[in-house]
Ligand binder design. Structure first.
Ligand code: ADP
Length: 447
C-alpha cells in the first residue's frame, strides 16, 4: 500500500465537494474547501477542515481561477487537488500546472485529458483500435463545399459538432443540404466563441439511440477494469437528467463487449484513474464510441450502488499510485439503481430558478441516498449550475427501484425555488419508461 495523502484541496463546490469531503474523512485525510464570495455558507465550507475564499462569485474569478486555487493549495500545504466535475476537471493546463507544482491532480495525466478532450483526436485514436464510431469527416474538412460533399457522402441527417464542445453545447442537427451552409458557419463561429477553438466535425446522426456509458478504472501498472454501464438516455437538450444502472437493454454479452471496448481504449492511451467511455447504442443494439470523459461524473452513484465500490475513494487511492484492488471477475452488479437530478429549474421550460429555499423535506428509507449540499434557508446562487440534489435509489430489481424512486419523489418537498421534481414524477409514471423502452428523444414528448 502506498502512503495516503494527508490533505486534499477540493477545487469545487456544492454536492460534489461534499461527496469528496466525505470520502476523504472515511480515508482519514484532512480537507481544504475553496469557495467563492457567493458560497461562503455553502455546506462544503462547513464540512471541510479548512476553507479558503478564492474570489468573487463569477466562476471565472473563483472556481476557474487557477492561480488562486494553486495558492490556496500551497498556503494550506495540500498535497493533492480533487477537481470534481465541471470547472477545471477536464482542463489539461490546470492538470499540468498541478503536476509542475508538485501537487497531485486527482485524475488522469494532462496528456490523456488533452487527447480525449478533443473529440476529433479521440475519434481518430478509437478508430485506430477498431472500436466502432459513427461515419464522420475523418479526413478533415477543407471548406464549406467540401463539408457539404462529406455530409452527402455520410448521408443526411448529420450532426455538426465542436471538437472541444461539452455539456451538450455546440451541436447542430442538419436534415438537408439546403440548410447545411448556414448551420456550418454558425457552428464554427459558435465553437470559436464558446470554446476558443473553431474546429468542428460532421457525424452521422443516429436515429433514436440510447446513451450508454461505461465506467472504467485504471492504475499506473496497466490494470484496467470496467464497472458496468449506465443508461443515460433521459436527457433534455442533450443533457442528462436521469440515469440508471444497469441498462434495461444490455445482456451479459453486450455488456462484456462494450466493457472490453472501453478497457481497450483506456489501455491504448495509458489512461490512469477513473473515467467514462460514452457510446450511442442504436436500435439494432450496435454501439458506437462517442467520447471519453476524463473525470468523475455526476451520475457515478448509480454505479456505486450496484457494485458496492466507492468510486471517489478508489480515485484517491489510485492517485497515490496504488494498484487496483480487484480483478474484473470480482466486480459483480447487484440489483438496480436510478438517479434523478433534482434541478432548480422550471420543469417545463428548463429555465433556471435560483432563489431562497424556504422549506425543505428530504426523502429517506431503505435504498434511498441523497447527495446534496442544500438546506432550508439556503439561497441557490444564480452563478452556477442548477443541480440541487441527486436523489439515488437502489432496489433488488428495477421494479423495486422504480417504486422507491416514485415514493422518494413524493416525499421530497422543496419550496421557494421551482424544481424539476414534477417532471421526474411524470417520467416515473410513463408506461414506456416503466417498460424500459426509451431513447435520447424520450423527453421530447413532454415538451
Ligand atoms: P457533449 O460533450 O456536449 O456532452 P456528446 O458528444 O457527449 O456531447 O453528446 C451529447 C448527447 O448528444 C448524446 O448523449 C446524445 O444524446 C446526443 N448525440 C451526440 N451525437 C449524436 C449522434 N451522432 N446522433 C444522435 N445523437 C447524438
Amino acid at each position: 500500500m502506498k502512503p495516503m495523502f494527508h490533505k486534499i484541496l477540493i477545487a469545487n463546490r456544492g454536492e460534489i465537494a461534499v461527496r469528496i469531503i466525505r470520502a476523504c474523512k472515511e480515508l482519514g485525510i484532512r480537507t481544504v474547501a475553496v469557495y467563492s464570495e457567493a458560497d461562503k455558507d455553502n455546506l462544503h465550507t462547513k464540512l471541510a477542515d479548512e476553507a479558503i475564499c478564492i474570489g468573487p462569485a463569477k466562476s471565472k474569478d473563483s472556481y476557474l481561477n487557477v492561480s488562486s486555487i494553486i495558492s490556496a493549495a500551497e498556503v494550506t500545504d495540500a498535497e493533492a487537488i480533487h477537481p470534481g466535475y465541471g470547472f477545471l476537471a477536464e482542463n489539461a493546463e490546470f492538470a499540468e500546472i498541478c503536476e509542475n507544482c508538485g501537487i497531485k491532480f486527482i485524475g488522469p495525466s494532462s496528456n490523456s485529458i488533452r487527447l480525449m478532450g478533443n473529440k476529433i483526436q479521440a475519434k481518430k485514436e478509437v478508430e485506430r483500435l477498431r472500436v466502432s464510431v459513427l461515419p464522420w469527416s475523418s479526413a478533415g474538412i477543407k471548406d464549406e463545399k467540401d463539408a457539404v460533399d462529406i455530409a452527402r457522402r455520410i448521408g443526411f441527417p448529420v450532426i455538426i459538432k465542436a471538437a472541444v464542445g461539452g455539456g451538450g453545447r455546440g451541436m447542430k442537427l442538419v436534415h438537408t443540404p439546403a440548410s447545411f451552409g448556414n448551420l456550418f458557419h454558425t457552428a464554427k463561429n459558435e465553437a470559436q466563441a464558446a470554446f476558443g477553438n473553431g474546429d468542428i466535425f460532421i457525424e452521422k446522426y443516429c436515429e433514436a439511440p440510447r446513451h450508454i456509458e461505461i465506467q472504467i478504472m485504471a492504475d499506473k501498472y496497466g490494470n484496467v477494469v470496467y464497472l458496468g454501464e449506465r443508461d443515460c438516455s433521459i436527457q433534455r437538450r442533450h443533457q442528462k437528467i436521469l440515469e440508471e444502472a444497469p441498462s434495461p437493454v444490455l445482456d451479459e454479452r453486450l455488456r462484456r463487449g462494450m466493457g472490453e471496448a472501453a478497457v481497450k481504449i483506456a489501455r491504448a492511451i495509458a489512461y490512469t484513474n477513473v473515467g467514462t467511455v460514452e457510446f450511442l447504442l442504436d436500435k439494432n443494439l450496435r454501439y458506437y464510441f462517442m467520447e471519453m470523459n476524463t473525470r468523475i461524473q455526476v451520475e457515478h452513484p448509480v454505479t456505486e450502488m450496484i457494485t458496492g465500490i466507492d468510486i471517489i475513494k478508489e480515485q484517491i487511492r489510485l492517485a497515490t499510485g496504488e494498484r487496483i484492488r480487484f480483478k474484473q471477475k470480482h466486480i459483480r452488479l447487484k440489483g438496480h439503481s436510478i438517479e434523478c437530478r433534482i434541478n432548480a429549474e422550471d420543469p417545463d421550460t428548463f429555465v433556471p430558478s435560483p432563489g431562497k429555499i424556504t422549506s425543505l423535506q428530504m426523502p429517506g428509507g431503505p435504498g434511498v441516498r441523497i447527495d446534496s449540499a442544500i438546506s432550508c434557508n439556503y439561497t441557490v446562487p444564480p452563478h452556477y449550475d442548477s443541480l440541487l440534489a441527486k436523489l439515488i435509489v437502489h432496489g433488488d430489481t428495477r421494479a423495486e427501484a422504480l417504486k422507491r424512486m416514485a415514493m422518494a419523489l413524493d416525499e421530497m418537498e422543496i419550496e421557494g425555488v421551482k424544481t424539476n421534481i414534477p417532471l421526474h414524477k411524470k417520467i416515473m409514471n410513463d408506461s414506456d419508461f416503466i417498460a424500459g423502452r426509451v431513447d435520447i428523444n424520450f423527453l421530447n414528448r413532454f415538451a
